[in-house]
Ligand binder design. Structure first.
Ligand SMILES: Nc1ncnc2c1ncn2[C@@H]1O[C@H](COP(=O)(O)OP(=O)(O)OP(=O)(O)O)[C@@H](O)[C@H]1O
Ligand SMILES: [Mg+2]
Length: 208
């Protein structure tokens, strides 16, 4: 049986915006985010990222677009367990072909920016949830993406760590002009957004 996850949903997000996407479980928030970040292809409809249609790109162009333009942050952090924080953050740079020395320098800078300069040689299991998410954010920003897409970034965190992560993401938007889209159930995570889009049954039902 076909289950349409989104139906007639239309969202336009401008450069530098900070948008929160909210809605009940199963309403299509993750589907929307995956389409917006070209992690999935739509069966119908169209996605344009900076005016370009990912559906018309080769797999190689698509991975370059994701690697260079977009940083993803997930609820479950998605760090590689056997790698240290530094190695996890270096990964996107390896994929991009940045040379070894530069890789280390830029990964260190990203970890400093998220406040983890003293944890770079720790593995994920040796870090708290909040620290793991900050490593994931460092990994998302190490390539200087213009867009950050975060799916429930505070969903697995206690309220203090959640507040830190929200503050950090907000800072990336305010200070560095990164376009930020945060899918969340958490009103506190949505609060700093300048625009809140509410989705239900695959359509936008409220915007403010
Ligand atoms: N791979 C899939 N195959 C089939 N149906 C799917 C798939 N992924 C999601 N769906 C369906 O699409 C709809 C939207 O799912 P989606 O994951 O986008 O919701 P969500 O708003 O992110 O929910 P949650 O808050 O629980 O994360 C749901 O009805 C879901 O069951
Ligand atoms: Mg989801």
């Amino acid at each position: 049986m076909e289950v349409p996850a989104l139906r007639g949903l239309s969202i336009e997000i401008g450069r530098g915006e900070h948008v929160a996407v909210m809605g009940p479980s199963g309403s299509g928030k993750s589907t929307f985010l995956h389409l917006a970040g070209a992690l999935d292809r739509p069966t119908k409809g169209r996605v344009l990222i900076e005016g370009r249609d990912p559906n018309r790109m080769s797999d190689e162009e698509l991975s370059r677009l994701r690697n260079e333009l977009i940083g993803f942050v997930f609820q479950t952090f998605n760090l590689i367990p056997r790698l240290t924080a530094l190695e996890n953050v270096m990964l996107p740079l390896m994929i991009k072909g940045v040379n070894g020395e530069k890789r280390v320098g830029r990964a260190r800078e990203a970890l400093e920016l998220v406040g983890l300069a003293r944890r770079i040689n720790h593995r994920p299991t040796e870090l708290s949830g909040g620290e793991q998410q900050r490593v994931a954010i460092a990994r998302a920003i190490v390539t200087n993406p213009r867009i950050i897409l975060a799916d429930e970034p505070t969903g697995n965190l206690d309220s203090a760590s959640a507040a830190e992560v929200v503050e950090l993401l907000t800072k990336l938007n305010r200070e560095f002009g990164v376009t930020l889209v945060v899918v969340t159930h958490n009103p506190e995570a949505a609060a700093p957004a300048r625009r809140i889009v509410k989705i239900r049954d695959g359509v936008v039902y409220e915007e403010n």
